[in-house]
Design a binder for this molecule. Structure first.
Ligand code: MRU
Length: 374
């Protein structure tokens, strides 16, 4: 069975547009990204969101700008183009702090720029090498997600206590909208469904920004996957009354070397309830989300978001579909709004990457595959 998937990043050389996720699921609006300023703004304002998508939109926004500048003959020397690429990557890195994929992509692209520039006499050699590498990231991400989906679905099937009734709970959004396509945790759900092994998917609302009710619910409906939306505070009650929910599957914004995982706020409490109810707690992420330079979760910078996101709700009016924003909290109440939390490795059953499933050995996660060391 071939599943239809959404596309949130449209790219051909010289042209980039992104699906504005701030107005989903009510409106489908693609916005043109002409340069790194547009790319940075799309990421910072969360028109583009999700760790892999952030990295790819950053890399491609620079691709369209460097391509346009090269066509206008703005680079006379190799040094000029290298300086422009360096400054642009540094600027893009300031858009959001937690997802490591952005920093990983910027680091890999900078290494390639430097090694190409060393032997180049023509600035176009560097421009073309950059374009090819950035474009390849879009292609690779979809391929990696399909492998994550396959490995994760196999893992769940092997470890399910009741193989005929497998339901899964997920949090935040990890689907086509958060990646170049297919998705990570949602890719696993998609794979189970495509193979006739999924009884039901549950997604949390994911307060305060509601990525679950806006985006995951939208993707599940779009792809005809049998699904139910719950509030974040219903998860434990659901696990208690529905034994078919045998796994909680989430994405990751940054996985530390010891397996501690930063993901959307609310992930940690789901891992605790998974342990209490003795079900699998699976993190699905490409190896670009694994940060071996960060030893443990304590070293992960957690983004704080504006208080408005917690005290207001945006959507469309029921009577006429007009966009609106309402305040729900008492005026002047203090607000704490961390965008992510860190789930300790001890609560994680497995980390599924495109290279396979990383399990715990003697209670500890160990990334010993050579490609994690780059
Ligand atoms: O703040 P967001 O919407 O960018 O956060 C996204 C998440 O936390 C996702 O769960 C995570 O990035 C995994 S993306 C496949």
């Amino acid at each position: 069975m071939t599943a239809k998937t959404l596309e949130a990043i449209k790219y051909t050389r010289g042209n980039l547009s992104i699906l504005n996720q701030l107005v989903l699921p009510h409106e489908t609006i693609f916005e043109t990204v002409l340069n790194v300023q547009n790319g940075h703004a799309a990421i910072k304002t969360m028109k583009t969101r999700g760790a892999p998508a952030i990295a790819i939109v950053a890399a491609l926004s620079l691709a369209v700008e460097v391509n346009a500048r090269a066509e206008n003959k703005e680079f006379e020397t190799v040094d000029q183009v290298v300086k422009f690429l360096f400054e642009s990557l540094e600027y893009l890195k300031t858009s959001r702090p937690t997802a490591v994929n952005l920093f990983d992509a910027a680091g890999k692209l900078w290494a390639l720029i430097q090694s190409t520039a060393k032997d180049a006499n023509d600035p176009m050699t560097v421009v073309n090498a950059y374009l090819e590498a950035a474009e390849q990231m879009l292609v690779d991400d979809v391929k990696d997600n399909k492998n994550i989906g396959k490995f994760g679905a196999e893992f769940i099937l092997e470890n399910a206590k009741d193989k005929d009734h497998i339901s899964v709970l997920t949090h935040c959004n990890t689907g086509s909208l958060a990646t170049a396509g297919w998705g990570t945790a949602l890719g696993i759900i998609r794979d189970l469904h495509a193979n006739g092994k999924l009884e039901h998917a549950y997604c949390t609302e994911t307060r305060p920004y509601n990525q679950g009710s806006r985006l995951t619910a939208y993707e599940l409906v779009y792809e005809d996957i049998p699904a139910t939306l719950i509030c974040d505070n219903m998860a434990s009650a659901l696990l208690k009354q529905n034994p078919s929910v045998q796994a909680i599957v989430v994405g990751a914004d940054r996985v530390a070397a010891n397996g501690d995982t930063a993901n959307k706020i609310g992930t940690y409490q789901l891992a605790i309830t998974a342990k209490y109810h003795n079900i699998m707690f699976i993190v699905a992420a490409p190896s670009t989300s694994i940060d071996l330079n960060t030893k443990t979760g304590k070293d992960i910078v957690i983004e704080q978001r504006p208080s408005e996101e917690l005290v207001t709700v945006t959507g469309v009016r029921v009577q006429d579909d007009e966009p609106t924003c309402i305040r729900t909290a008492a005026a002047d109440i203090g607000v704490w709004n961390p965008s992510f939390d860190v789930t300790p490795a001890e609560l994680i059953s497995a980390i599924v990457t495109e290279q396979g499933v990383v399990l715990k050995k003697d209670g500890e996660i160990e990334f010993n595959m050579t490609s994690f060391l780059n």
